[in-house]
Design a protein around this ligand. Structure first.
Ligand code: ZN
Length: 198
């Protein structure tokens, strides 16, 4: 019985991943136990290490091991420009374009009332404090061009403008409904260069 419950436990744990139902979880579990025990050990070890070591940067909220991430510590970057993105994947997409040399603030999500995600969950207060520190001159909103990304940009624009912060939004070269991490680099680079006042 113990073996069966360990297998059930594994399937149950795998089902916590987004988009993984009971069938997929079962297939993954059987595959690892039957064909790739070494891979399973690697996965187990990598998960253990990541969960134990990775935390949020104190300044920009992205994932990091030290308390402040490498990007925030890089003094060759323009600390007067702060680019706001939804996820570390979106941040990477912008980094790959090499069109932006400022700093970032990673929301680690978006405002989504249906999922119970409000302004507090994206660190709005912290972003406002950061943007009004006297060093930041421009906040560039690079949230996705989805309904939720646009709604988030709207809330951020209102809150930041009240504090007298200059706010810009990526230009409309990025297709409506799209997420930055899936947009080609040239399009993102143009959208960054042609950003407009929000
Ligand atoms: Zn950082």
């Amino acid at each position: 019985m113990a073996a069966v419950s360990a297998l059930d436990g594994l399937i149950h744990a795998l089902r916590r991943l987004p988009g993984v139902g009971v069938k997929t979880a079962s297939r993954m579990a059987y595959h690892m136990l039957q064909h790739d025990r070494e891979g399973a050990q690697l996965l187990s070890q990598a998960l253990h290490e990541a969960v134990g070591q990775v935390r949020h940067c104190e300044l920009c909220h992205t994932f990091t091991i030290p308390s402040i991430c490498d990007t925030c510590l890089d003094d060759s970057r323009d600390n007067a420009r702060l680019c706001v993105v939804e996820t570390p994947a979106d941040q990477s997409a912008i980094e790959r374009t090499a069109a932006f040399k400022g700093l970032y603030f990673v929301l680690m999500g978006r405002i989504s009332p249906l999922d119970g995600f409000g302004p507090k969950d994206i660190g709005l207060e912290k972003l406002i404090d950061r943007a009004s520190d006297g060093v930041v001159q421009e906040v560039i909103l690079a949230t996705n061009f989805t309904a939720e990304g646009e709604a988030t940009a709207h809330v951020l624009t209102e809150a930041l403008k009240k504090r007298g912060v200059q706010v810009t939004r990526l230009a409309r070269g990025v297709p409506v409904g799209s997420e930055l991490e899936y947009v080609d680099l040239g399009t993102i680079a143009h959208a960054m260069v042609d950003r407009r006042n929000a």
